[in-house]
Each structure stands twice: as structure tokens, then as C-alpha cells.
Design a protein. Structure first.
Ligand SMILES: [Zn+2]
Length: 320
């Protein structure tokens, strides 16, 4: 790697927050902007892509996808040279929620520093390869996990910018309660044939952890822009323009929108919501089925557990 390349930090828009908050759709729309390459939930690339050979957003199995084959070649001299087991052990040693307090400190202990820089170097190589293969200056990684974002903040080679997506936790809890097939699953997929289902209590707990975490990350100086799913769906053009400006793209960037719909093209998102596989025209509207489908008890449970942030994000009616 030449020093010249190393001098230009790789601009990565990291979509953070809890899953089922509209992050896949946001990434899809951002990927339609010139100079932007969305690569999905990279946190899952290593298992679901590399090991299980699940399908890429383009429809091809990971190992058959020309984009990811080129990225593997540029990053590691081919995926065959990438030691998944070694990487998994490294990930376990640093990229877990329990290490966030250590990663949030102003200075890290030598041992933490060593592990996080080895870990970040893998992401740096991957992102650099994506930048070279795609020719795009801005990458979108919708991994969402707070611990990964805290790891990446330590890399000087990565210009990390966080888009923190927030959605009403009652809607999120309803979404996590549903049975959703994973169209990319193959025989032996470690993740199984369906998306994980969580109880409303568990969803509320994780919603708090993720959102408090991204609040802390912003206070540690990582450039962060908060996007509420509901605002994004009501005013997609305004939201996309704001995120584009945050990413350093021009004010006049053309948007893939017309009226209340968007046009989705092909993509290579490596993992994420089944929406990855949709192409063509898609209607944009707030999905608020939870208002009629989530029982009163569950609604109160989730609201009670998330009350401080629910109020801070403006999800409580004035005076309630
Ligand atoms: Zn692909």
C-alpha cells in the first residue's frame, strides 16, 4: 500500500442504530447518488458472505459476485488468503458491546489499542478495496452495531461519519415480533431461514443500548447526524439532501425520487433486510402498522422501558 493512498482517509457513512429502523432503505437510496457505494451490513460479510456464501444484493452467491470477488482480490489478494477463524477471534476480542466502555475512553490501554488497530486494519483494507473497485468516494456501511462504530473511530485511515437512524421503539418492537423469511439463506446458513425474532422487552432493551451508545459516540467527537425514520419517510428528498451534504457531496446531487416513490437500481449490499433484493419503483410511506397491530400491554411496556429517549427523540405527544 503506497503512502499516498494511506494519506486520503476513506469516507465511510456508517448507518447506526437498531435494526428495523429503515436503515436498508436509507442505504439503498443513498447508493443511487453519484459517487456513493452502499455495501450493506459489512459486520455480517465474514459469516454470511464468506463462510455461508449467502446471496449478495445483486442476486449472485457471495463467492460468485464479481464485485466482491474483485474487492477480495484488491484487499487480500483473494478471499482464499483471508483467515476467517483468525478474524473471528480478533472480532470476539474487541468488537463486542462489553468493550464499548474501554473503546469510549480518551486513551486506550496498550492491549486494547493493539487489538483495535489490528481489527480496524481489516476494515481499512476492505473499504479501500471497495473505493478502488467501485470508483466511489463515499461508502455506506449499514452495519449498525455500536461496538463496530466504536472500533472504527480509532482508525486514522477511516473518515467515519455516522448516520444515526432512530425509529419509534413501538414500531421497531412490532417489526422484531414478525416472522420474516430470509430469501438469501442457503442450506446450512448459520443465521437460519428466518430473520431473528425478539420479544418487545428485549427490543426495548437493545433499542436503549444502541441509541444511548450512538449518543455517546457523538459526544466523543465522531461526526454524527441523527435521522428519524418517520421524518425520512415523510420528507425523503429533504433527508437525502441533508445526508448528502453531511457526506460531503454537492448540494445539487440528483435524487432517485419522483413524488412519493423512488427508483432502486442494482446493488451489492452484502447483508441486510430482504429489501436488498428489490429493484425498480418503490412507494415511500411511513409503515405504522404497529398502531393497530401491537397490543396495548406491549405498547406500554416498550414505552415505559424507553421513556427518556422516547421523549428526547420527540415521540411523545406534547404534554403527555
Ligand atoms: Zn453482488
Amino acid at each position: 500500500m503506497s503512502d499516498k493512498v494511506r494519506e486520503i482517509p476513506i469516507r465511510v457513512l456508517f448507518v447506526g442504530g437498531l435494526g428495523r429502523s429503515g436503515s436498508t432503505l436509507l442505504e439503498r437510496l443513498l447508493s443511487e447518488l453519484p459517487g456513493v457505494c452502499g455495501i450493506g451490513e459489512v459486520v455480517h460479510l465474514w459469516q454470511r458472505g464468506l463462510v455461508d456464501d449467502e446471496r449478495c444484493g445483486c442476486g449472485a452467491a457471495f463467492r460468485q459476485c464479481p464485485f466482491w470477488r474483485n474487492v477480495g482480490e484488491a484487499a487480500f489478494g483473494g478471499w482464499v488468503n483471508f483467515d476467517v477463524e483468525e478474524f473471528r477471534a480478533l472480532k470476539e476480542s474487541i468488537d463486542r458491546t462489553r468493550f464499548v466502555p474501554a473503546l469510549a475512553r480518551a486513551t486506550a490501554a496498550d492491549d486494547t489499542r493493539r487489538r483495535v488497530s489490528a481489527y480496524d486494519d481489516v476494515y481499512r483494507r476492505l473499504y479501500e478495496a471497495v473505493r478502488n473497485v467501485s470508483g466511489c468516494e463515499v461508502l455506506v456501511d449499514s452495519s449498525k452495531h455500536i461496538s463496530l462504530a466504536f472500533c472504527l473511530r480509532w482508525s486514522e485511515a477511516i473518515d467515519l461519519r455516522v448516520v444515526h437512524v432512530v425509529r419509534d421503539p413501538r414500531a421497531v418492537a412490532y417489526s422484531w415480533s414478525k416472522t420474516v423469511v430470509r430469501p438469501e439463506a442457503v442450506a446450512g446458513s448459520a443465521e437460519g431461514t428466518h430473520m431473528a425474532r425478539w420479544s418487545p422487552g428485549k427490543t426495548a432493551l437493545y433499542w436503549n443500548v444502541q441509541n444511548l451508545g450512538f449518543g455517546l459516540l457523538a459526544r466523543r467527537g465522531v461526526p454524527t447526524m441523527r435521522v428519524r425514520y418517520e421524518d425520512f419517510m415523510r420528507s425523503p428528498a429533504a433527508t437525502l439532501r441533508e445526508v448528502a451534504a453531511f457526506a460531503g457531496l454537492g448540494e445539487t446531487v440528483p435524487l432517485p425520487l419522483s413524488g412519493e416513490s423512488a427508483e432502486l437500481g442494482p446493488n451489492h449490499q452484502v447483508a441486510g433486510n430482504p429489501l436488498r433484493f428489490r429493484t425498480g419503483r418503490i412507494e415511500l410511506r411511513v409503515d405504522d402498522a404497529w398502531k393497530s397491530e401491537l397490543g396495548a400491554l406491549r405498547r406500554y411496556l416498550v414505552a415505559g422501558m424507553t421513556l427518556p429517549l422516547l421523549a428526547r427523540y420527540g415521540y411523545l405527544p406534547a404534554g403527555s
